[in-house]
Design a protein around this ligand. Structure first.
Ligand SMILES: [Zn+2]
Length: 462
């Protein structure tokens, strides 16, 4: 028998379409901007609204848990003995709304524009949290249960760095025992093609400070007798990468998982217009590591970039000095299975080693983050792919994001759980920007996809 919800599920969703939209809008009206202290009570109101929703649909042990910052909402339904347990993670907080003048309608007054619901948080991430709750509601209302055990974790600080989440996860390790995490906080690919995000890059970061004399020196009186910190910094940076785009730090690539044939085929299958990509950023040519395509370099290969460099005279004209100090901020995007602490150590020891004589070089590690990957052939990824195909009528694309979602790595490293990134937002959702919107067709079909996924997961051999 094919896995999927009973016909009553669909009938329930049809009957409740209007009520569902109203409830979605009500959640969007709460201005839960986590970064701004004046919205702290709104964040709490959004948490309480999610908690009330969870209780109303039959979720148990619902709690608005204190974290020291904005609360985490927890709730579970654990009556599917023998079936897998899934953590559903999302966030109720939103990005600030400025520049306000670029919004076509007030950001916290949701309106339907064509097929879309427009408001801050419509896509990122209230809409996606809301669609999970609606799938749960419809399943519980029509079949009296869920095919899997579900634990909801909805936090309120994702848009401001999830600063308290790791501690909360650690403190609740037992309560959060599960088999899998499903995060709906990503989106579809270009052309609104259904996609599963299978990988995210991590980060390692250092600041390099190069010190010479205690004061700027006259380049006529001292030039030729001392090391120039700015020249020394440039010499260091020049030795970090080769002309083929390879990073020269010894050991840097040791832990990088090579791309499989399936990985490369998934990249090649993505509809991607390289020339349009180049044109959209206005560069004369695309440049990167030899031997890899642009999408592979962006999603599955590590990088090293100077993010900022400063020192010496910055004014108009010239000033004949040997600067006392020079500085650079450097970050590496990491891929599975690179470890940010290990990479930072390698950077520190290599830069110390290549530092020219005559200056003092200080390398200060900054905050990093782990990469994450749930492979295409992971049973949970395959289950999600079947759920997408059953509801959207098309097989998903598999994408790797060049950036990071730190919470994803937290679930992997703190709870030891695989993460499936199953997001439903259209690629032009304007998340974090003015006129954020959610395609209501994605939202509606997303509800069905989630329900299908629970059945698919319940069917997996344990
Ligand atoms: Zn988000």
């Amino acid at each position: 028998m094919p896995a999927g919800p009973a016909p009553a599920f669909e009938q329930y969703l049809e009957l409740n379409r209007e009520r569902r939209l109203e409830s979605y809008k009500a959640l969007l009206r709460i201005p839960s901007v986590s970064a701004l202290p004046e919205h702290a009570s709104d964040c709490r109101a959004a948490a309480e609204a999610i908690a009330a929703d969870l209780r109303a649909i039959g979720i148990e042990h619902v709690e608005v848990a204190e974290t020291g910052g904005h609360p985490v909402v927890y709730g579970d339904w654990l009556h599917a003995p023998g079936a897998p347990t899934v953590i559903v993670y999302g966030h109720y907080d939103v990005q600030p709304v400025d520049p306000l003048e670029l919004w076509e309608s007030p950001p916290f007054e949701p309106i339907v524009v064509g097929d879309r619901l427009q408001a801050r948080g419509a896509a990122d991430d209230k809409g996606q949290v809301h669609l999970h709750l609606r799938a749960t509601e419809a399943l519980l209302a029509t079949s009296g249960g869920l095919p899997v055990n579900v634990k909801f974790v909805v936090e309120g600080e994702e848009e401001s760095g999830s600063v308290n989440l790791d501690r909360w996860l650690e403190a609740n390790r037992e309560r959060l025992a599960a088999d899998l995490v499903v995060i709906s906080d990503t989106g579809f690919f270009d052309g609104n093609r259904p996609a599963i995000t299978i990988g995210l890059r991590g980060l390692a970061a250092v600041q390099v400070n190069v010190y010479g004399s205690t004061i700027d020196l006259h380049s006529g009186s001292y030039g030729g007798t001392v090391q120039n910190p700015a020249n020394a910094l440039c010499a260091i940076v020049a030795r970090l990468k080769g002309p083929d785009g390879r990073i020269l730090v010894p050991g840097f690539y040791d832990d990088v998982l090579p791309l499989t044939e399936a990985d490369r085929a998934a990249f090649a299958a993505l509809p991607f217009d390289e020339e349009a990509f180049r044109g959209s950023i206005g560069v004369p040519a695309l440049v990167g590591e030899a031997g890899y395509t642009t999408l592979e370099r962006r999603g599955a290969r590590p990088t090293l970039d100077v993010n900022g460099v400063w020192g010496g005279f910055q004014g108009e004209g010239s000033k004949t000095i040997i600067p006392a100090h020079a500085h650079a901020k450097i970050t590496c995007r990491l891929v599975p299975a690179q470890d940010p602490d290990r990479i930072t150590e390698l950077l520190v020891s290599y830069i110390s080693e290549i530092a020219p004589p005559g200056v003092r070089v200080e390398i200060v590690p900054q905050h990093g983050g782990r990469p994450s990957l749930t492979p295409i052939d992971h049973p949970a990824t395959k289950a999600a792919a079947r759920a997408i195909e059953a509801t959207f009528g098309v097989a998903p694309l598999y994408i790797r994001e060049g950036g990071s979602i730190p919470v994803c790595a937290s679930f992997e490293s703190i709870l030891g759980l695989p993460v499936v990134l199953l997001g439903f937002t259209p690629p032009d959702d304007h998340a974090h920007a003015p006129n954020e919107s959610m395609d209501l067709r994605n939202y509606e079909t997303g509800i069905r996809t989630v329900a299908h996924l629970w059945y698919e997961l319940a069917d997996l051999p344990r």
